[in-house]
Design a protein around this ligand. Structure first.
Ligand SMILES: Cc1cc2nc3c(=O)[nH]c(=O)nc-3n(C[C@H](O)[C@H](O)[C@H](O)COP(=O)(O)OP(=O)(O)OC[C@H]3O[C@@H](n4cnc5c(N)ncnc54)[C@H](O)[C@@H]3O)c2cc1C
Length: 505
């Protein structure tokens, strides 16, 4: 099956998966008030692939079947391919204001990168290369939506998993001719209620010292369908507000509340053909470092960030114009700041694509440096964009009523008292509810946390950045410069300086 319709996707979620939320066990996620909005949005994204005006950008001809498949599954074989993939991501991101972390493209680019580097998965402990390639083909040809869990649960971060007195952390507990059996938990599966497959890989950043190296019970990688027996997801409470008078009261929460959950593996059987990494001491460095997946995953992220920060900029401009505060110098400075943040993200994307290069595996990767720069700064900049909207919207963010009041008993009051110099009441209420949801609601808070943590702990990744950076050449340059200066001062320049001194005296 090539690209799916939205309807086909929604039907695929009716598969007996186990989703727990608020003490309920949800069987029909598509029609559950907590998941329905995001399910519709995901369906819309897949449907866009069929749109006559977009299909050439969102799809390409499958290398195996020749049929149209999603562009973000592509293995880029040139700089043009990288750019084409970025353009496809941008179409989806513009359509969702960059608010969906697990739109299908995020995992698609990662799995494609692993498949391109599949030889890395053929190890002494296990030959996983063919399985990785088959999985890539499977998700591409069936247009499947994926989530992933890379992190062990927060139990005791002072010890590695195998030194903890518990069976909380997911681990291999048995194996036989059919495959391995996994018991325990992993975090956090964003979109778990709405994904077709879950990818389980070792944590991305290796932090443990050699003595703390994980026992090989914890060193595995695999992917299984979301409805696999024994697999269940326990979700946080929803940030959608289904009881509000109108979805327009919380427009972003209503459409993009993608949900997060902890994955519980209750003696889940993983067939060998779905295992990618098995009892491998180097599992963490293997998938991240050696396959060079990082820049691919972050290519999706930087394009998403460019769309998201442009949306936040546009919102700040609209809020400021509605009450004409943009005539004040201090407000103009804030608006210039949010414009610059959007431009920063866009520039990082352009630079990453311009610096694309061919990897030893033959595929093309976005340039690393602009992406690392973006990753190190964006979450702070995104927080700042939220703060700017808070500062500009001020009391208005909590001072507009729900949309329902426009048709309520006091509608005449609402028409009169909620207008502003540049917006009638309905326009201003809608605008400020959007601004509230983007910058101040529980949905907004989760977006901020997402930007900070979704690709790992920024503290540890920036420490890694420092440790990996080639510092010696730069430090040597400073010492050479000092030596050179000293020499010049002891020669001609020094004498001239001394002569000036004497003349001055
Ligand atoms: C909204 C959201 C969505 C997410 N979605 C996904 C997803 O879909 N899939 C997925 O796999 N993950 C997801 N994550 C999880 C994300 O990968 C982790 O949050 C991230 O890796 C940080 O790990 P942690 O949350 O366990 O924090 P911890 O590791 O517990 O860290 C908490 C704090 O303690 C500090 N700390 C802890 N241990 C150390 C140490 N050894 N050395 C130094 N400092 C330390 C950290 O710097 C940090 O400040 C998501 C997270 C969020 C917030």
């Amino acid at each position: 099956m090539p690209i799916r319709t939205g309807r086909e996707y929604l039907r695929s979620l009716d598969d007996g998966r186990t989703i727990c939320i608020d003490g309920d066990q949800v069987t029909d996620v598509v029609n559950d008030r907590r998941f329905a909005g995001a399910a519709e949005t995901m369906a819309m994204l897949l449907e866009m692939q069929h749109d006559a005006g977009l299909t050439d950008k969102l799809t390409y001809a499958s290398p195996s079947s020749g049929e149209k498949v999603g562009m973000t599954h592509i293995t880029p074989l040139s700089k043009d391919d990288v750019v084409a993939r970025g353009d496809a991501i941008q179409i989806w991101m513009d359509a969702t204001c960059g608010m969906l972390g697990r739109s299908p493209d995020y995992k698609n680019v990662m799995v494609a990168a692993w498949a391109a580097a599949s030889e890395i998965f053929d190890r002494d402990s296990f030959q996983g290369a063919a399985n990785v390639r088959d999985f890539h083909q499977h998700v591409r040809e069936n247009d499947l939506v994926m989530t992933h869990v890379l992190v062990n649960p927060q139990v005791d971060r002072s010890r590695p998993a195998h030194l903890q007195e518990s069976e909380i952390v997911a681990q291999i507990v048995a194996e036989d001719d059919a495959g391995i059996t996994i018991r325990g938990a992993r975090m956090v599966a964003t979109l778990c209620a709405l994904a077709n497959e879950i990818v389980v890989m070792p944590a991305a950043i290796r932090w443990a010292t050699d003595e703390q190296r994980k026992s090989d019970d914890y060193s595995f990688g695999f992917a299984i369908p979301a409805n696999t027996e024994g697999l269940r997801f326990i979700c946080r409470p929803s940030m959608a507000h289904p009881d509000s008078g109108s979805p327009m009261d919380y427009p972003l929460s209503s459409m993009y509340e993608e949900s997060d959950g902890i994955a519980i593996f209750d003696d889940v059987k993983v067939p060998w053909e779905r295992v990618f990494i098995y009892r491998d001491d180097e599992a963490e460095t293997l998938i991240h470092g050696k396959t060079r997946v990082g820049p691919h995953a972050l290519h999706q992220s930087v394009v998403r960030a460019a769309a998201k920060s442009e949306f936040m900029m546009a919102l700040a401009l609209a809020v400021a114009r509605s009450t004409k505060i943009d005539e004040h110098l201090n407000v103009q400075l804030l608006l210039a700041e949010t414009i610059n943040i959007a431009e920063f993200a866009r520039t990082c994307r352009v630079a990453a694509e311009a610096e694309s290069f061919q990897t030893p595996f033959g595929n093309w990767s976005p340039g690393l440096a602009p992406i690392q720069l973006w990753q190190s700064m964006f979450w702070k900049f995104y927080n700042r964009q939220c703060e700017i909207i808070n500062t500009l919207g001020a009391g208005g963010l909590v001072g507009v009523p729900s949309i329902a009041e426009l048709a309520g008993e006091v509608k005449d009051d609402v028409e009169k008292y909620f207008q502003s110099v540049n917006a009638d009441s309905p326009t201003r209420i809608k605008l400020f509810r959007l601004a509230y949801d983007a910058s101040l609601s529980s949905f907004a808070g989760r977006q901020r946390l997402y930007e900070q943590y979704y690709s790992g702990d920024p503290n540890r990744s920036q420490s890694l950045r420092f440790r990996m950076f080639d510092k010696d050449a730069h430090i040597d340059r400073i010492h050479h410069m000092l030596d050179d200066m000293e020499q010049r001062f002891s020669g001609g320049i020094g004498e001239r300086v001394a002569a000036f001194r004497e003349a001055g005296e």
